[in-house]
Design a protein around this ligand. Sequence first.
Ligand code: IPM
Ligand code: MN
Length: 358
Amino acid sequence: MASCGKVYKIAVIPGDGIGPEVVREGLKVLEAAASAAGMKYEIACYDFGGERYLRTGEALPESAIDELRTFDAIYFGAIGHPDVPPGVLERGLLLRIRFELDLYINLRPVKLYPGVWTPLKDKHPEDIDFVVVRENTEDVYVGIGGWLKRGTQDEVAFQVAVYTRHGTERCIKYAFELARLRNKKRRVTLVDKSNVLTYGHELWRRTFEEVAKDYPDIEADHAYVDACCMWMVKNPEWFDVIVTTNMFGDIITDLGAIIQGGMGVAASGNIHPGRTSMFEPIHGSAPKYAGKNVANPIAAILAMQMLVDFLGEHETAKRIEQACIRALGSGKIKSMEAGRMGMSTSEVGDFIASLASE
Ligand code: IPM
Ligand code: MN
């Protein structure tokens, strides 16, 4: 997609809590890296989030989705507001964008950078470098369900998990293509619970085996999700590309985040190849740190790196990642935890931006 003279259009949704603070640093680093690399872009900011919901009663205005489609990419901070009941913003905003833009891949790199502390004893950057390809539009996230006799002692609740051949296949294909592109261990591990979910995950298993036949150069590997959690701690070096369902992907990537140094450094992309896609740190809005200039902006900065890379602006992306690597390796950022960095949010952003423009 990279083309000389193209001016990219990026929609920015800072959101709630620490979202605006970390997004500001991501944009700062983009500015430094893009001007050094000659990448041109314009941004449009949207105030979607908890405050706006409390004011207007709507999580997203009707026109928002069509408007977002006109951008090359979306940069998202975080949502979640203490005065808004759980689920309202998640379903009305974040999941709505993921579903309506059909962002069927949730790409979550798990990479330990040199200089970053991991809780795993005797594991080093060369041991922790894999990617989770999380399906992003199906499973229990479809929001299909209901109650019977609600509020009574006989209450029954259903929450339906939906898996389609189409949704499963496109996700698995993406994972195999990615394993080729990475050209590292050339292994895709399917993570499921097909020993218990003998319908939905049997579909995943069967689809995986069929797709794998088209990739004889890539090892097709399998782990049940419970065992996967154990291996991620004991032998993370085994993994190259993990492909998994939406809910399991959600859960194992929090585990992935902590082994790579914590929520402060974990980035993600909600992707539909070739279409408007959305990039965000995987952390939430962390209201207790909001407005204090103490949150770690590196996850948001690395999400920006993924965004720019997705646009095909590889030089800008490389500058951002190298700047993060140098900053993390410098030993100047004392911890990845909010409030313990020995620097403020904006100082970390300034530091990385200055390295990105060199
Ligand atoms: C994530 C989050 C979301 C999810 C929530 C906020 C709906 O936990 O991006 O991992 O479950 O996907
Ligand atoms: Mn999550």
